[in-house]
Structure formats: C-alpha cells, structure tokens
Design a protein around this ligand. Structure first.
Ligand code: NDP
Length: 253
C-alpha cells in the first residue's frame, strides 16, 4: 500500500525545481497531485507527463500569485480539478512552495520589489492556507518551503529572508491552531538547491556552492522533495510547528 494512497495534494510552483520533485514524489506515494504554475505551461505539462508516465495521477492549475484575485483563481482551478479527478472537493496536503528571490542588495531594494516578495512568498501562502482549510479534512498536512536564510545572514537577500520569515510565522501560528484537528504545519528550509538555473552549469560556482554544505555536493530538488514527502506522511504525525533544516548541513557553518 502506498503511503499517500487516496490523498490529494496541491504543490504550488510545481512546474519546475523543488516543487516539481515534490509533486513527483507525492504522486509516487499515491497522492493525486495538483500541479500549479504561473506562466511556464510547457514545464508544468512536463511535470504532469512525468507523473503519468510513472502511473501517477495529477492535473494542472494555472494561477499567478502576487496579483489581485490570485488565491481565488488558484482555488477555483484547484476545486474544479479535484472534482474532475476524484469526484469531490477535498485537499489533504498543501505544499506552499512557489516563491521568488530578490537578488538585490538592501541599498538597491525598492518598495515595489519588496511588495512583490511579500505578496508571492508570504501573503499568497497565508490566504491560500486560510482558503484551503475549508476543504481540508482532519489529519491534513501543510508544508511551507522556507529557506536556510531564515537562520543565515545574506546581505543580498534581506527582503527575501523577511518574506520567508513571515511564512515561518504562518507555520507556527497554524500549527497551534490546527493541532486539535491533527493537521500538522511545518517549514522545510532548503539550502542552495539545483533548480536548473544557468549558474549550476558554471564549474567554479558549482564548487563554491557544493562547499557550503556538509556533504560537499550540490543539492538536487529530490533531496528536498523527499523531506516534504516524509512530513506529508502519517509517520510525521507528531511533528508540527517545526523549522526543518533541509540544507545538507549548510547552517553548521
Ligand atoms: P524555481 O525558481 O525552480 O521554480 C519556481 C516555481 O514557482 C515555478 O513553478 C514557478 O512557476 C512558480 N512561481 C514563481 N513565481 C510565481 C508566481 N508569482 N505565481 C505563481 N507561481 C510562481 O523554484 P525553486 O525550486 O528554486 O524554489 C522553490 C522554493 O524553494 C521557493 O519558495 C524558494 O524560495 C525556495 N528555496 C529555493 C532554494 C534554491 O536554492 N533553489 C533555496 C532555498 C529556498 P512557472 O514555472 O510557471 O514560472
């Protein structure tokens, strides 16, 4: 029996990177997965095809986050897809993964960049969580993808880290609120993880990034997706409100 047989999951930003690996792993465990994306329909379709090739079940949901009406659009696509795929509107697992990085130094930060980071990385997950609770049965799982930068100062990413700090607060608050319903809420915090960006093809950059963690290799999206799958499983029922360091020991210094 697969660990997530009969369950449904939404992984935001699962067209690429960590979200994609997470969606694939949850589907492999038997969950029916809503593959969410913003613009990159080809990548989202590739995730869907990869799941179906392995005999899994999934459907696509398009919604740009960080714009007015974002959560409404996502929720409508999600419930329509759930009805079609399973005959009911029930979501067991929410993975708030979609995110944007800032990449600007504090002195170059503008209010517009700051607002966008907060809107995508914190506001959208907060209101999406609020919304899906109406269709999440007891025993559900909410996993927020944070960052090792919650515990590590990087001068280029102060606003990004602030937005992820807000996301971590969402985990803490909802973990306490939803404990009586046996819904767990946790933050999984990756370190630098190969998401296919061109920087991962530069040998010097690869060596530098690999040397930041304890294992001396670049993390692959599956390294994080597997941690999320564990937290989504019944085996993790007694873990809630935690910051799960999935940085390969980067925070050890
Ligand atoms: P990628 O950049 O590879 O992919 C981002 C995903 O999010 C895509 O599916 C993209 O959709 C979606 N997305 C981006 N912006 C929006 C938006 N405004 N609305 C809706 N969807 C959006 O992501 P990573 O795998 O690198 O990162 C995943 C998560 O992990 C993020 O929250 C990130 O902050 C966090 N993280 C990543 C690290 C890393 O080194 N990779 C390190 C620490 C944390 P589309 O394809 O349609 O554009």
């Amino acid at each position: 029996m697969k660990r997530l047989a009969g369950k449904t999951a939404l992984v935001t930003g699962s067209s690429r990177g960590i979200g994609r690996a997470t969606a694939l792993r949850l589907a492999r465990e038997g969950a029916t997965v809503a593959v969410h994306y913003a613009d990159n329909a080809d990548a989202a379709k590739a995730t869907l095809a990869a799941i179906e090739e392995e005999g899994g079940r999934a459907f696509l949901v398009r919604a740009e986050l960080g714009v007015p009406g974002d959560v409404d659009t996502l929720f409508q696509g999600l419930t329509a897809g759930l009805r079609e795929a399973t005959g009911k509107e029930e979501l067991n697992i929410l993975v708030n993964n979609a995110g944007v990085m800032g990449g600007v130094k504090p002195e170059d930060l503008t209010p517009e960049i700051f607002d966008q980071l907060i809107a995508v990385n914190a506001k959208a997950p907060l209101f999406l969580t609020q919304r899906v609770l109406s269709i999440m049965p007891d025993g559900g799982r909410i996993i927020n993808i944070g960052t090792g930068l919650l515990r590590y100062a990087n001068p280029d990413e102060v606003a990004y880290s602030m937005s992820k700090g807000a996301l971590d607060q969402i985990s803490l608050h909802f973990a306490r609120l939803l404990g009586p319903r046996n819904i767990t809420v946790n933050t999984v915090s990756p370190g630098i993880t190969n998401n296919g960006s061109p920087i991962f093809d530069v040998p010097e950059a690869r060596e530098f990034m690999a040397n930041m963690n304890a294992f001396k290799r670049i993390a692959e999206p599956e390294d994080v997706g597997d941690v999320v799958a564990f937290l989504a499983s019944d085996d993790a029922r007694w873990i809630t409100g935690t910051f799960v360091d999935a940085s390969g020991g980067t925070l050890l210094g």
